[in-house]
Structure formats: C-alpha cells, structure tokens
Design a binder for this molecule. Structure first.
Ligand SMILES: [Mg+2]
Ligand SMILES: [Zn+2]
Length: 188
C-alpha cells in the first residue's frame, strides 16, 4: 500500500483568486515546487483533490480545469515535483448547470475523490495526509482516517479564527513548506 499527500489546490499550492478561469491567474506559491519535491522524495504520492464548484455555476469551463492542471504539472515537473493524480469535483447543489447541480459524493468534505484515488492508486489513507486551507479539507482527512493539516495561506488564517466547535486537527501550519516539515519531522 502506498502513502499519499492529498493536496487542496487553491490557497494551498497556488494563490486563491476566487474562480480560477484563465491561465494568467495561475500563480504557484514560491515554495510549492520545493515542498512537493521533498514529499515526493520521501516516498509520498502527490494527489490533488479540488472542489471546482465554479463549473456547476457556469463560471469555469471544465476544459479549462484540464488546461490549468496540465500547466501546473508542467511547472511542477520543472521543479522535480510532478503530481501523480488530480481529482476535482465539478458539482454544487446550488449550481446553474443542471447536470452538475447535484448533491454528489465527491464535493469535499465528502470523501469521494479520496475513495477514488485509494482505489485507482492503491493508497492506504491511514498512512496519508490531507493538506488544505479550509476546515473542509481537514474534515475530508478525518472522514478517511488520514492525518490533516490546515495551512494559513489562502483562506487558512481566517479559517483558523473561525474554528468549528470541537474541530480537531493534527497541525496548523504557516504554509505548505511548514506542513512538509511537520509531515517529515513527525512533530507539529
Ligand atoms: Mg483551498
Ligand atoms: Zn462532486
């Protein structure tokens, strides 16, 4: 069984611009390549799990998500940190595109994307981590028995101030490179 880092995308790997819908808006954080390369070198698979409700809302062309992910991989490959898989949820119950406006099994914090990755890639979620800038990322990790980290980039600093009652988390970190030091060092 393999270990993986399940990565939120917007606000965790790249600047969250709202609904990313053109390539000029795609800006990785300066540390993202280094962070992912360190995780890869430590033997973790790198898997993006991203809610893209803008597709259900008609604000993002689903084909653009593929273009953005190809460009992201191209930049990360150059940093020696290629991704192993990318999953995204195009749904939202309040969307405007009828076929996508459903209560799906994959919109975080529902675990559908991780369940698919576990089946596709042979991952043990209990040896894996979820890293993201929202509590729903942390809750996703908890839903599958993974450890989870909230990063303060993107929405994270605000989310930290707005912690749901009783919400647990393995660590809160300044950014992805700090999260890597926790994952690899074993101490929060
Ligand atoms: Mg995010
Ligand atoms: Zn979905």
């Amino acid at each position: 069984m393999k270990r993986a880092i399940f990565l939120d995308r917007d606000g965790t790997l790249n600047i969250d611009v709202g609904y990313l819908h053109k390539l000029e808006q795609l800006e990785l954080f300066p540390w993202t390549g280094d962070a992912l390369r360190l995780l890869k070198r430590a033997g973790y698979l790198l898997v993006i799990v991203s809610n893209q409700a803008g597709i259900a809302r008609g604000l993002i062309d689903p084909k653009f998500v593929e273009v953005a992910h190809a460009e992201m991989r191209r930049r990360l490959q150059a940093a020696g940190a290629d991704l192993d898989a990318l999953y995204f949820c195009p749904h939202h119950p309040g969307g405007s595109v009828p076929a996508l406006s459903i209560d799906c099994r994959c919109r975080k914090p529902s675990p559908g994307m991780i369940e698919d990755a576990v089946a596709d890639l042979g991952i043990d979620p209990r040896q894996s981590w979820v890293v993201g800038d929202k509590w729903l990322d942390v809750q996703l990790g908890q839903a599958v028995g993974a450890k989870s980290i909230l990063v303060r980039t993107g929405w994270g600093a605000q989310q930290e101030q707005d912690r749901p009652q009783g919400q647990q988390v393995d660590a809160v970190c300044d950014n992805l490179i700090h999260a890597v030091s926790v994952i690899l060092g074993g101490t929060p």
